[in-house]
Design a protein around this ligand. Structure first.
Ligand code: ATP
Ligand code: MG
Length: 146
């Protein structure tokens, strides 16, 4: 049933647990495994001196590329330990939710695997905003790993 699995990976411990589950399914089912990641580089706030306002500067292409290389390197190394080769990795800037859904379409995935939580620090809710929206919006099965 599951021939193409898409792992949404943000480099968090939760995503690492999702990676382990995705690797096990990939091996057991002889499936293809894709990874999608929207890098979230730590951005120092920029002080706009004339206004005294503080805003988050959008990451530059170089920062996105650097963060993307780091996060996919981490995923590839962890998958190698699990004995699984990636079919492809997709690093995209912008909105993580839209990117996960559009890559699921583009690679014709039949299962998305992701963590229940991610890099965020708010622990009050069971699901993070990305796992919640993807679960609600996806037209394919989503496995959220605790
Ligand atoms: P929030 O971001 O709402 O503060 P959170 O970080 O705890 O909460 P989510 O962002 O929903 O939780 O993360 C849940 C899962 O979604 C992660 O384990 C990962 O699988 C996936 N995910 C989250 N952000 C990204 C991202 N930027 N790129 C790829 N996958 C992501
Ligand atoms: Mg998050």
């Amino acid at each position: 049933m599951f021939k193409t699995i898409l792992l949404a990976y943000d480099g968090s411990e939760h995503a690492d647990r999702a990676l382990t589950a995705a690797a096990e399914l990939t091996r057991a089912l002889g499936a293809d495994l894709h990874v999608v990641s929207t890098p979230e580089p730590d951005m120092p706030p920029v002080v706009l001196a004339p206004y005294g306002a503080i805003v988050d500067a959008p990451p530059t292409d170089a920062q996105i590329a650097e963060a993307g290389a780091k996060v996919t390197g981490q995923a590839r190394a962890a998958l190698r330990k699990e004995g699984v080769d990636l079919t492809d990795s997709h690093i995209l800037r912008g909105d993580a939710i839209a990117n996960i859904l559009s890559i699921a379409d583009a690679c014709d995935a039949d299962l998305i695997v992701m963590g229940r939580r991610g890099l965020g620090t708010l622990r009050a809710l069971a699901l993070g905003s990305v796992s919640q929206s993807v679960t609600h919006q996806a037209r394919l099965p989503v496995l959220t790993v605790a």
